[in-house]
Design a protein around this ligand. Structure first.
Ligand code: ZN
Length: 351
């Protein structure tokens, strides 16, 4: 386990490859050197004359100082988007970019099916540009994208999506499943666990022609890892992300029995607050009446599909869109926003 700490990230990455760990450390070391240099330059500048531009840009110290302890951790959730920038994908991307200029989320959760129809072939696949880089262009979206693999990503080369993390400033997928810890203000923390739910799905394991990267033992190993991560988790909030919903009222797939059988008991056991997924091309909030976990689906980042309601449904919408999450020490706000900027739904989970 490697603890990585700086002013922008408070993260623990597990399962990182050795070269990636070295790369992160070298970047952080470089950043630290730059910071030290800047501090020294700042000290030297005390004696230097203040230019007109410096006067113009100078602000009182109080305005620069960070706000109170209850500073929120904000992030966005979007899924099922990678469609060569077709109309609906681009509309959601444009709105998400515009929205985040004000909202100022620090990172994005991408819930999988990142590239239709068939994943990417390599880190140089043209879809990196046509479905991702050239679509999410707004400067407000040049932030970390923490990504999981969907079933369509397995139709190509899933390892290429991991390897792209070394090429991209913003694409984060250090391994097929991984975890991070982030600060929520000064007095709270949140653990994020990013899963690869594909190995849990029976029909994929029975279809090696399309899912030859999946081994039947992978789900057992991942579940043991998840149990270990959550059993050691002391964070205020626990949030798990995977491509496949556990509960869903979508028109295409519905509830996922394998995840209800194997994943839900672990989420309940360790009091996970929320599980975010995609796979269904809609926006949903599901919660079992006698359960404690809130299940969100954010999978309408591309072409949406009709959705419906079941006994666990608190909200569902077939609008193209995304979710915006505001995490504070004692509350989590989840808003569903459509591609025209309309707030479709808002809920607050309290501690
Ligand atoms: Zn899917």
């Amino acid at each position: 386990m490697v603890r990585v700490t700086n002013t922008n990230h408070e993260s623990i990455f597990t399962g990182l490859s050795h070269p990636l760990r070295e790369a992160i450390f070298s970047v952080l070391t470089m950043r630290s050197s730059i910071r030290i240099t800047l501090v020294l330059l700042g000290c030297l500048s005390i004696a230097a004359p203040i230019t007109h531009a410096q006067k113009k840009n100078s602000k009182p110290a109080a305005a620069v100082a960070p706000a109170a302890d209850d500073k929120a951790l904000k992030f966005l959730a979007i899924g099922d988007w990678g469609d060569n920038g077709q109309e609906s994908q681009q509309a959601v991307a444009n709105e998400m970019g515009k929205f985040n200029q004000e909202f100022e989320a620090k990172f994005v959760i991408s819930t999988g099916d990142n590239f239709y129809c068939c994943g990417v072939a390599s880190v140089d696949d043209p879809q990196w540009m046509s479905s991702y880089e050239n679509v999410y262009r707004n400067h407000s979206l040049q932030i970390d994208w923490n990504v999981v693999l969907g079933n369509h990503d397995y139709q190509g080369n899933p390892q290429a999506e991991i390897d792209y993390s070394k090429k991209s400033r913003r694409w984060i997928m250090p391994s097929r499943y991984y975890t991070q810890v982030k600060k929520v203000g000064k007095n709270a923390t949140a653990r994020f666990v990013y899963l690869d739910t594909n190995p849990f799905i029976d029909k994929y394991l029975k279809n090696p022609d399309n899912f030859d990267h999946i081994k039947s033992s992978a789900a057992d190993a991942e579940l043991a890892w998840l149990d270990s991560v959550l059993s050691n988790s002391k964070e205020t909030w626990k949030i798990v992300i995977g491509h496949h919903p556990v509960y869903s009222s979508g028109s295409e797939h519905g509830n996922q029995p394998e995840l209800i059988a194997r994943l839900e008991p672990v989420l309940e056991k360790y009091h996970v607050d929320a599980y975010f997924s995609g796979h269904e091309h809609d926006l949903q909030h599901q919660k079992r009446a006698d359960g404690t976990v809130n299940y969100f689906v954010s999978g309408s980042g591309g072409e949406p599909r009709p959705t419906g309601k079941t006994e666990t449904t608190k909200f569902s919408s077939d609008h193209p869109g995304f979710m915006a999450i505001t995490l504070k020490k004692d509350a989590m706000d989840v808003d569903a926003i459509d591609s025209k900027g309309k707030k479709l739904y808002s809920t607050t989970l309290s501690k």
